[in-house]
Design a protein around this ligand. Structure first.
Ligand code: PHE
Length: 369
């Protein structure tokens, strides 16, 4: 064997000069592989006499450690460089626009959802979220609808089966929420007045035609304070519809109605023009119902742990899908949930078209006033 020092210098020079992992691996094999130099040297030890063998083994082991260390260090350097190269090659410019052929679309319901949150956010409302599977206390009882209350029949409720081993008992079963009004109670349980929330989300009823689907979306609104009045309700909802339909003025009317959880209760209509081919919001002699509302019933405040002699408030419930049908002229609600990409291409929105009152709800300058 050549002088050990020469061998060490030679291998280390090769290691240092290696430009990639493959070259380094070849060097390692030429030294430590089956036919490698060090391997060959190790094999000679057996034939040597004891004292020479001990001496040589010591030197070989020292050399082995030195070379292995050098190779490890170089390997780390080359691996880091390879990773950097890879990262550089895979860099994505996130500021580039999406490629049109792979562009997804935002569903109109998601779009309206964002718009409604943006408008009420601007009016100082917080967003509250709650479960789709609800107990009957929150969905009915606490909303002034005790068991056997006739209003429960209005809602075509889906009941959720218990586990297989418990017999089904209608009065204790969970339901998939029939409206977002249960969030009024959940909010009162978690928050002290003043309260100003909206609760958007999915709701479910056993119903299906051109304007009803078994799953649909609502936004609940709840405001509670010591001096909240019907005038606040009217002002707030008027601001909302103006901002939502992006109109400076819009005819509205309130018709007396009935909800067990509000008293008095009303439905709000907006003025529109209906022709055979068109529905125009904000003009004409026709009316379109868009939401239910009222002053929170004292029993509901009590059920939520709030003293009705000190506090009062208003609540409203809007159908998000209905708003989408109106605003974008989509005639059949069932098509919303058919997952047809052609439909989504037609009615959907560009992914980066965020809704805000300053930027414009539809990119064309919506305003609260
Ligand atoms: N929960 C009612 C419905 O689903 C709407 C509503 C909410 C009415 C709040 C009044 C107050 O029809």
């Amino acid at each position: 064997m050549e002088n050990m020092k020469d061998l060490e210098d030679k291998v280390i020079a090769e290691v240092n000069g290696a430009e990639d992992l493959k070259t380094l691996e070849d060097i390692r094999l030429s030294v430590f592989g089956k036919k490698g130099i060090i391997t060959a040297e190790m094999k000679t030890l057996g034939a040597m006499d004891a004292s020479a063998r001990i001496e040589k083994a010591k030197q070989l082991n020292a050399l082995k450690t030195t070379l292995e260390n050098a190779m490890d260090i170089k390997k780390n350097i080359l691996e880091a460089a390879a990773l950097n190269e890879k990262l550089k090659a895979e860099t994505i410019d996130v500021t580039l626009p999406c490629r049109p052929e792979i562009q997804g679309r935002i569903h109109p319901v998601s779009k309206i959802y964002e718009e409604v949150v943006a408008i009420f956010g601007e009016l100082g409302f917080e967003v509250a979220e709650g479960p789709s599977i609800e107990d009957q206390f929150h969905n009915f009882n606490a909303l002034n609808m005790p068991l056997n209350h006739p209003a429960r029949q209005m809602q075509d409720t889906f009941y959720v089966a218990h586990d297989k081993n418990t017999p089904f008992e209608m009065e204790n079963a969970y339901v998939v929420r029939t409206h977002t009004s249960g969030m009024q109670i959940r909010t009162m349980e978690n928050k002290k007045p003043p309260i100003r929330i909206i609760a958007p989300g999915r709701t479910y009823r056993s119903d299906m035609d051109a304007t009803h689907t078994p799953m649909f979306h609502q936004v609940e609104g709840l405001v509670i304070d010591k001096t909240t009045t019907l005038a606040h309700l009217k002002g707030c909802l008027y601001d909302f519809v103006k901002a939502f339909f992006e109109l400076d003025e819009i005819p509205v009317r309130y018709r007396p109605s009935y909800f067990p959880f509000t008293e008095p209760s009303a439905e709000m209509d907006i003025g529109c023009l209906k022709t055979k081919t068109e529905l125009k919001v904000g003009a004409g002699n026709d009316w379109l119902e868009i939401l239910g509302c009222g002053m929170v019933h004292p029993n509901v405040l009590r059920a939520g742990g709030i003293d009705p002699d000190v506090y009062q408030g208003f609540a409203f419930g809007v159908g998000i899908d209905r708003l989408a049908m109106l605003k974008y002229g989509i005639p059949d609600l069932r098509t919303f949930f058919e997952s047809d990409v052609r439909w989504l291409k037609n009615y959907g929105f560009a992914p980066l078209d965020f809704s805000s009152l300053t930027g414009g709800l539809n990119g064309n300058g919506g305003s609260l006033r």
